[in-house]
Design a protein around this ligand. Sequence first.
Ligand code: FES
Length: 244
Amino acid sequence: MKQITVKRYCKHRTPTPSIDATYSLPQKVKFLLDALDFIKEEIDPSLTYSHGCRSGICGSCAVRVNGKEQLACKYKLESNDHIEALDKLPIIKDLVVDQERALESLKRAHTFFQPPANSAQSPQELERIETQSDCILCASCFSACPVLEVDSAFLGPFALTRAYRYINDSRIDNAQTTIDAIQTKGVWNCTLCGECTLVCPQGIDPKNDILMLRTKSVQAGYSDPTFGSGGGDDFLSGGLDPNF
Ligand code: FES
Protein backbone atom coordinates (compact mmCIF):
# COMPACT_ATOMS: atom_id res chain seq x y z
CA MET A 1 0.00 0.00 0.00
CA LYS A 2 1.09 3.58 -0.55
CA GLN A 3 -0.28 6.69 1.09
CA ILE A 4 -1.01 10.11 -0.32
CA THR A 5 -2.45 13.23 1.25
CA VAL A 6 -5.00 15.38 -0.53
CA LYS A 7 -5.75 18.90 0.61
CA ARG A 8 -9.54 18.90 0.63
CA TYR A 9 -11.41 22.21 0.39
CA CYS A 10 -15.05 23.00 0.92
CA LYS A 11 -16.13 26.56 1.69
CA HIS A 12 -18.94 25.24 3.90
CA ARG A 13 -16.63 23.12 6.08
CA THR A 14 -16.20 24.39 9.64
CA PRO A 15 -14.19 25.46 11.51
CA THR A 16 -11.76 25.58 8.55
CA PRO A 17 -12.57 25.05 4.86
CA SER A 18 -9.28 23.16 4.23
CA ILE A 19 -8.17 19.84 5.70
CA ASP A 20 -5.45 17.37 4.77
CA ALA A 21 -6.93 13.90 4.20
CA THR A 22 -4.65 10.87 3.96
CA TYR A 23 -5.60 7.87 1.81
CA SER A 24 -4.09 4.40 1.43
CA LEU A 25 -3.90 3.11 -2.12
CA PRO A 26 -3.04 -0.26 -3.64
CA GLN A 27 0.58 -0.44 -4.79
CA LYS A 28 -0.54 -1.06 -8.39
CA VAL A 29 -2.07 2.44 -8.71
CA LYS A 30 0.51 4.18 -10.87
CA PHE A 31 -0.72 7.60 -11.98
CA LEU A 32 -2.17 10.34 -9.83
CA LEU A 33 -5.41 10.51 -11.82
CA ASP A 34 -5.90 6.76 -11.26
CA ALA A 35 -5.37 7.35 -7.55
CA LEU A 36 -8.00 10.11 -7.48
CA ASP A 37 -10.41 7.79 -9.34
CA PHE A 38 -9.72 5.03 -6.79
CA ILE A 39 -10.38 7.35 -3.85
CA LYS A 40 -13.63 8.58 -5.42
CA GLU A 41 -14.89 5.11 -6.35
CA GLU A 42 -13.73 3.14 -3.31
CA ILE A 43 -13.29 5.54 -0.39
CA ASP A 44 -14.99 8.91 -0.67
CA PRO A 45 -17.33 9.78 -3.58
CA SER A 46 -17.31 13.45 -2.56
CA LEU A 47 -13.69 13.97 -3.73
CA THR A 48 -13.84 16.57 -6.50
CA TYR A 49 -11.27 17.00 -9.31
CA SER A 50 -11.18 17.76 -13.02
CA HIS A 51 -10.08 15.61 -15.91
CA GLY A 52 -10.91 15.04 -19.54
CA CYS A 53 -8.64 13.37 -22.08
CA ARG A 54 -6.49 11.35 -19.63
CA SER A 55 -3.67 11.82 -22.16
CA GLY A 56 -1.99 15.15 -21.36
CA ILE A 57 -3.91 16.98 -24.07
CA CYS A 58 -6.86 18.84 -22.55
CA GLY A 59 -5.00 20.48 -19.63
CA SER A 60 -7.95 20.11 -17.25
CA CYS A 61 -6.29 17.89 -14.62
CA ALA A 62 -3.46 20.21 -13.48
CA VAL A 63 -2.85 20.20 -9.71
CA ARG A 64 0.13 20.72 -7.42
CA VAL A 65 2.13 17.77 -6.12
CA ASN A 66 4.51 18.56 -3.26
CA GLY A 67 4.20 22.23 -4.27
CA LYS A 68 4.94 21.74 -7.97
CA GLU A 69 2.41 21.88 -10.81
CA GLN A 70 1.74 18.56 -12.54
CA LEU A 71 -0.83 17.00 -14.83
CA ALA A 72 -2.58 14.31 -12.75
CA CYS A 73 -2.93 12.03 -15.77
CA LYS A 74 0.82 12.10 -16.47
CA TYR A 75 2.28 12.22 -12.96
CA LYS A 76 3.62 8.94 -11.57
CA LEU A 77 2.61 8.71 -7.95
CA GLU A 78 5.11 8.37 -5.09
CA SER A 79 4.23 7.38 -1.56
CA ASN A 80 3.63 10.35 0.80
CA ASP A 81 2.89 12.76 -2.05
CA HIS A 82 0.89 15.82 -1.04
CA ILE A 83 -1.73 16.89 -3.57
CA GLU A 84 -3.46 20.26 -3.67
CA ALA A 85 -5.25 22.59 -6.07
CA LEU A 86 -3.46 25.06 -8.35
CA ASP A 87 -2.38 28.31 -6.73
CA LYS A 88 -3.42 31.93 -7.57
CA LEU A 89 -6.90 30.78 -8.61
CA PRO A 90 -9.99 30.53 -6.38
CA ILE A 91 -10.77 26.95 -5.34
CA ILE A 92 -14.29 25.81 -6.14
CA LYS A 93 -13.96 22.49 -4.30
CA ASP A 94 -11.03 20.21 -3.41
CA LEU A 95 -8.80 20.18 -6.54
CA VAL A 96 -11.05 22.17 -8.87
CA VAL A 97 -10.22 25.85 -9.43
CA ASP A 98 -12.04 28.65 -11.18
CA GLN A 99 -9.84 29.50 -14.20
CA GLU A 100 -11.69 32.72 -15.02
CA ARG A 101 -8.86 34.93 -13.73
CA ALA A 102 -6.27 33.21 -15.94
CA LEU A 103 -8.55 33.31 -18.98
CA GLU A 104 -9.29 36.98 -18.34
CA SER A 105 -5.54 37.70 -18.66
CA LEU A 106 -5.66 36.31 -22.21
CA LYS A 107 -8.30 38.90 -23.10
CA ARG A 108 -6.33 41.73 -21.49
CA ALA A 109 -3.25 40.78 -23.51
CA HIS A 110 -5.32 40.79 -26.71
CA THR A 111 -4.33 37.21 -27.51
CA PHE A 112 -6.90 36.49 -30.17
CA PHE A 113 -7.60 37.42 -33.77
CA GLN A 114 -10.04 37.02 -36.62
CA PRO A 115 -8.34 34.96 -39.35
CA PRO A 116 -8.43 36.72 -42.71
CA ALA A 117 -10.25 35.09 -45.63
CA ASN A 118 -6.94 33.87 -47.00
CA SER A 119 -5.28 32.40 -43.93
CA ALA A 120 -2.82 30.07 -45.60
CA GLN A 121 0.58 29.73 -43.92
CA SER A 122 3.82 28.33 -45.24
CA PRO A 123 5.48 25.52 -43.22
CA GLN A 124 8.13 28.05 -42.15
CA GLU A 125 5.51 30.51 -40.90
CA LEU A 126 3.75 27.74 -39.01
CA GLU A 127 7.00 26.61 -37.44
CA ARG A 128 7.50 30.06 -35.89
CA ILE A 129 4.42 29.64 -33.70
CA GLU A 130 4.33 25.87 -33.33
CA THR A 131 5.83 25.62 -29.84
CA GLN A 132 3.58 28.25 -28.25
CA SER A 133 0.54 26.84 -30.08
CA ASP A 134 1.05 23.62 -28.10
CA CYS A 135 -0.21 25.37 -24.94
CA ILE A 136 -3.04 23.30 -23.43
CA LEU A 137 -4.30 26.13 -21.17
CA CYS A 138 -3.71 24.07 -18.02
CA ALA A 139 -2.75 27.27 -16.08
CA SER A 140 0.23 25.54 -14.41
CA CYS A 141 2.47 28.52 -15.27
CA PHE A 142 -0.13 30.91 -13.84
CA SER A 143 -0.16 28.90 -10.60
CA ALA A 144 3.65 28.81 -10.35
CA CYS A 145 4.30 32.52 -11.04
CA PRO A 146 5.61 34.28 -7.90
CA VAL A 147 4.91 37.75 -9.31
CA LEU A 148 1.17 36.99 -9.35
CA GLU A 149 1.52 36.26 -5.63
CA VAL A 150 2.34 39.91 -4.95
CA ASP A 151 0.73 41.65 -7.93
CA SER A 152 -2.63 40.24 -8.96
CA ALA A 153 -2.82 42.69 -11.89
CA PHE A 154 0.26 41.16 -13.58
CA LEU A 155 -0.67 39.53 -16.88
CA GLY A 156 1.48 36.49 -16.08
CA PRO A 157 3.30 33.91 -18.24
CA PHE A 158 0.03 32.28 -19.31
CA ALA A 159 -1.03 35.36 -21.29
CA LEU A 160 2.43 36.61 -22.26
CA THR A 161 3.58 33.43 -23.95
CA ARG A 162 0.31 33.42 -25.86
CA ALA A 163 0.85 37.06 -26.81
CA TYR A 164 4.20 36.04 -28.29
CA ARG A 165 2.46 33.34 -30.31
CA TYR A 166 -0.02 35.83 -31.81
CA ILE A 167 2.56 38.53 -32.47
CA ASN A 168 4.55 35.98 -34.50
CA ASP A 169 1.54 34.75 -36.45
CA SER A 170 2.00 35.66 -40.12
CA ARG A 171 -1.78 36.02 -40.55
CA ILE A 172 -1.99 38.89 -38.08
CA ASP A 173 -1.79 42.41 -39.40
CA ASN A 174 -2.30 44.25 -36.12
CA ALA A 175 0.37 42.77 -33.83
CA GLN A 176 0.89 46.32 -32.56
CA THR A 177 -2.42 46.07 -30.65
CA THR A 178 -1.09 43.08 -28.72
CA ILE A 179 2.28 44.76 -28.12
CA ASP A 180 0.46 47.82 -26.76
CA ALA A 181 -1.69 45.62 -24.51
CA ILE A 182 1.27 43.95 -22.75
CA GLN A 183 3.13 47.10 -21.70
CA THR A 184 1.15 47.75 -18.52
CA LYS A 185 1.57 45.09 -15.80
CA GLY A 186 2.99 42.84 -18.46
CA VAL A 187 6.24 42.25 -20.24
CA TRP A 188 8.38 44.49 -18.00
CA ASN A 189 6.99 43.21 -14.70
CA CYS A 190 8.33 39.65 -15.02
CA THR A 191 11.34 38.86 -12.81
CA LEU A 192 12.55 36.14 -15.22
CA CYS A 193 12.72 33.60 -12.39
CA GLY A 194 11.78 30.80 -14.81
CA GLU A 195 9.30 29.01 -12.52
CA CYS A 196 6.77 29.02 -15.38
CA THR A 197 9.23 27.29 -17.69
CA LEU A 198 10.00 24.61 -15.09
CA VAL A 199 6.36 23.54 -14.73
CA CYS A 200 5.05 23.69 -18.30
CA PRO A 201 3.99 20.14 -19.24
CA GLN A 202 4.33 21.02 -22.94
CA GLY A 203 7.94 22.12 -22.75
CA ILE A 204 7.07 25.73 -23.61
CA ASP A 205 9.52 28.34 -22.31
CA PRO A 206 7.48 31.40 -21.26
CA LYS A 207 10.56 33.03 -19.72
CA ASN A 208 12.28 33.07 -23.08
CA ASP A 209 9.07 34.20 -24.81
CA ILE A 210 8.89 37.16 -22.41
CA LEU A 211 12.49 38.06 -23.23
CA MET A 212 11.57 37.95 -26.92
CA LEU A 213 8.53 40.12 -26.23
CA ARG A 214 10.81 42.70 -24.63
CA THR A 215 12.85 42.81 -27.82
CA LYS A 216 9.66 43.14 -29.88
CA SER A 217 8.49 45.92 -27.55
CA VAL A 218 11.75 47.85 -27.97
CA GLN A 219 11.52 47.44 -31.74
CA ALA A 220 8.00 48.90 -31.50
CA GLY A 221 9.33 51.96 -29.67
CA TYR A 222 8.75 50.96 -26.04
CA SER A 223 11.37 50.78 -23.31
CA ASP A 224 11.68 49.38 -19.82
CA PRO A 225 9.88 52.01 -17.71
CA THR A 226 12.28 51.44 -14.79
CA PHE A 227 15.50 51.43 -16.80
CA GLY A 228 18.02 53.89 -15.32
CA SER A 229 15.87 54.52 -12.28
CA GLY A 230 18.17 52.40 -10.10
CA GLY A 231 15.35 49.95 -9.64
CA GLY A 232 14.28 51.54 -6.36
CA ASP A 233 12.59 49.00 -4.16
CA ASP A 234 10.37 47.68 -6.91
CA PHE A 235 11.62 44.12 -7.30
CA LEU A 236 9.23 43.58 -10.19
CA SER A 237 11.36 45.79 -12.38
CA GLY A 238 12.02 44.41 -15.86
CA GLY A 239 15.48 45.96 -15.50
CA LEU A 240 16.59 42.96 -13.42
CA ASP A 241 17.27 40.97 -16.59
CA PRO A 242 21.08 40.97 -17.02
CA ASN A 243 20.84 39.41 -20.49
CA PHE A 244 18.75 42.10 -22.04
FE1 FES B 1 -6.47 15.93 -20.07
FE2 FES B 1 -4.87 15.33 -17.97
S1 FES B 1 -6.94 14.74 -18.29
S2 FES B 1 -4.45 16.68 -19.62
